[in-house]
Design a protein around this ligand. Structure first.
Ligand code: HEM
Ligand code: HEM
Length: 178
């Protein structure tokens, strides 16, 4: 398997970035809900440090992925209609957009709440904005809305992948797998 993509296959780097990001997001969503549900305590702080650290890792992987995507070939979608191709592109664009908006809105929420971020208890992140209650509420609202849109988009995305594999029996899922 080559590192780079070809006209009909995703390469090792694209596959690794896709599945590593998927794994992190599947951990990240329950982690966020769990952190929110806890009463103010040392545990809540720790769970939030994990949430913010994993979220920023997703953001870092996304930057690498987009840089790699600009540089490399994108496998073509064979045997599907123009409208299906467009819908697929739309869903993928939305997923990329959410992977930018979620970390940035989370980062702004923390900064506006005047809570410093230290990734994995090691790497301090600068505050994006100064303390601001109204901005904190707005950014938290944006974060929450993005979570809802992400959940719906992921259902559609996973449903489409399974439809290709189980009903249409084509190579769409296989070529994203190792
Ligand atoms: C949090 C989880 C996930 C995210 C954020 C995500 C995101 C994405 C994005 C952005 C693409 C477009 C790649 C590109 O064109 O650059 C993609 C492709 C793909 N994803 Fe996911 N994905 C996730 C989970 C999954 C899961 C669980 C499955 C399978 C059940 C899956 C199956 C696929 C397949 C088959 C493709 C390739 C589509 C093609 O070749 O056109 N993804 N994913
Ligand atoms: C892929 C990235 C991320 C996902 C999927 C995600 C998901 C979630 C979820 C499910 C919640 C609980 C529901 C809610 O109130 O919105 C949440 C809350 C929260 N997340 Fe994230 N998050 C991500 C990245 C981040 C990052 C990078 C930060 C900070 C640097 C962050 C900070 C927060 C904060 C402060 C809250 C509580 C918001 C509030 O007070 O309502 N998140 N996140």
């Amino acid at each position: 398997m080559s590192i780079g993509n070809t006209a009909d296959q995703w390469g090792l780097l694209s596959k690794t970035l896709h599945w590593l990001t998927a794994l992190l997001i599947f951990i990240q969503i329950p982690l966020g809900f769990y952190a929110e549900s806890l009463k103010l305590s040392a545990l809540k702080m720790d769970v939030f440090i994990w949430h913010k650290s994993v979220g920023m890792l997703v953001f870092l992987l996304l930057i690498l992925r987009l840089l790699w995507r600009i540089k490399s070939t994108i496998p073509e979608a064979f045997g599907i209609s123009q409208i299906q191709r467009r819908l697929g592109q739309l869903a993928h664009g939305l997923l990329y957009g959410l992977m930018v908006l979620l970390p940035i809105s989370g980062w702004i929420t923390s900064s506006a709440a005047n809570i410093p971020i230290k990734l994995f208890w090691l790497i301090p992140l600068p505050a994006l904005v100064g303390p601001d209650e109204a901005l904190k509420a707005l950014a938290a609202e944006v974060h929450e809305t993005c979570v809802l849109v992400l959940l719906v988009t992921l259902l559609v995305h996973i449903g489409a992948a399974l439809r290709h594999h189980l009903l249409l029996r084509d190579d769409v899922l296989k070529r994203m797998w190792f």
